[in-house]
Design a protein around this ligand. Structure first.
Ligand code: ADP
Ligand code: MG
Length: 398
């Protein structure tokens, strides 16, 4: 795989133009980008209609697209290719008629852009036709930084503009959620695509998943000499199976027992005492996590980054002990980062693998990194990927 991290988005877009032309024999009509995200705090709260505080990262999925001539014989054919899915330098192309798209067809990575195309073809029948598409991404795949939503969001912003669909951001969030839930089969909420669509550079996105109200909260990392470090444990997380759906079901069961429409309606943990275990602990994570998101927003507004760090660490303990979605590698990433001087650390994303984040002073970065690497090596774990992320701008045309 070619690494692009040191290239600007514009440089990558130009290269993608060339590769598109080499692959399809004509130029794309444009290039769109959508970033991956980390969640600063507020985990598994989105589908409980609670609060989240993610930010878009400076790693993006780029897609180049050209509409098929509507009078052509293959006017409803879509062609999907990714630079990641290339033998040598030439990506494999998956071709399908829009009318033939269905859950499971196509499978693999092409399911994501196909899912979005299918949802749009259903909702906006007669208004979209075939297209050629080429993807290039610097969002690590399967690391919990939401490369899947970056791909879906890049697809929807491109198709929305090219086919003049006039879809607003909130509806794009709903449509990509439906694409991922019904077509890909991952029962995810609305946080990831909201972060990718709505984030502002230098800010985190405070989102109320019940009202969909959102606000950009300044995240003064550079100004304060801080870094957010991502530690990719290389443990594959798989949202389509097991744990995630089970946790979701537990929350629904807890809300039903308590007679509320969602756990968002509960704001005091003692109200959960009537629940049986493990439902009580599951619900306690959601209720306490909502409180921590609100306190993190306040702490950021007061510029108290030490308190932000502390809240991140509390959030991790809650996910490890109450929600039970961590794993030994994530716990080790967090504990070794804290031991080496991080202000706070937690797993981020759906859990059961993927990545952790650590809020650190940039002066201690070398020792935090080597402490984590040493700890992983001693435990016999695979070498983690460690890199800094910055809060970046949400999706749009390049
Ligand atoms: P995450 O979203 O945390 O990265 P997921 O398992 O939800 O992990 O999604 C990863 C999947 O997204 C990959 O297995 C692949 O199918 C698809 N994907 C994401 N980005 C790309 C890309 N640039 N090219 C091809 N497939 C991609
Ligand atoms: Mg994903």
């Amino acid at each position: 795989m070619i690494r692009h991290e040191h290239h600007t988005i514009e440089q990558r877009a130009r290269r993608l133009h060339e590769r598109f032309e080499a692959l399809y024999g004509h130029r794309p009509e444009g290039v769109w980008q959508a970033p991956g995200r980390v969640n600063l705090i507020g985990e598994h709260t989105d589908y409980n209609l609670g609060y989240v505080l993610p930010f878009a990262i400076d790693r993006q999925t780029l897609i180049a697209v050209r509409r098929v001539d509507p009078d052509a014989a293959h006017a409803d054919e879509i062609a999907l290719a990714s630079t990641m899915d290339a033998s040598g330098d030439v990506p494999e192309v998956t071709r399908m008629r829009l009318a033939d798209l269905a859950p499971g067809t196509p499978g693999g990575w092409a399911a994501y852009p196909a899912a979005v195309s299918h949802v749009l073809a259903t909702e906006y029948a007669g208004r979209i036709c075939g297209f050629d598409l080429l993807v290039d991404s610097t969002v690590p795949v399967g690391s919990g930084l939401s490369s899947s939503h970056a791909l879906e969001v890049a697809t929807i912003v491109a198709l929305n503009e090219l086919f003049h669909l006039g879809i607003d951001a909130e509806r794009m969030v709903r449509l990509t959620q439906r694409a991922e839930n019904d077509f890909v089969g991952a029962p995810t909420g609305i946080m990831d695509q909201s972060a990718s669509l709505l984030s502002q550079a230098g800010h985190a996105l405070f989102l109320d998943c019940r009202s969909f109200a959102s606000r950009a909260v300044p995240l003064p990392l550079t100004a304060r000499g801080l870094n957010v470090l991502v530690i990719d444990t290389r443990v594959a997380h798989a949202l389509v199976d097991g744990g995630y759906a089970q946790r979701r079901a537990s929350c629904e069961a807890a809300a039903a027992r308590l007679g509320v429409s969602s756990l968002r309606e509960i704001d005091e943990v003692h109200l959960l005492d009537e629940l049986v275990e493990p439902l009580r602990r599951r619900a306690r994570h959601i209720v306490s996590e909502n409180g921590r998101v609100l306190r993190t927003v306040q702490a950021l507004e007061c510029g108290d980054l030490n308190l932000v760090g502390q809240l991140l660490t509390e959030s991790h303990a809650s996910m490890r002990d109450d929600y039970e979605i961590s794993c030994p590698e994530l716990d080790l990433a967090v504990s070794s980062a804290l031991d080496a001087g991080a202000l706070g650390a937690r797993m981020t994303g759906g859990g059961f693998g993927g990545s952790a984040i650590a809020l650190i002073d940039e002066s201690v970065r070398p020792q935090v990194e080597s402490a984590i690497r040493r700890a992983f090596d001693r435990a016999g774990y695979a070498e983690p990927g460690i890199f800094v992320v910055a809060p970046a701008q949400g999706a749009g045309r390049v």
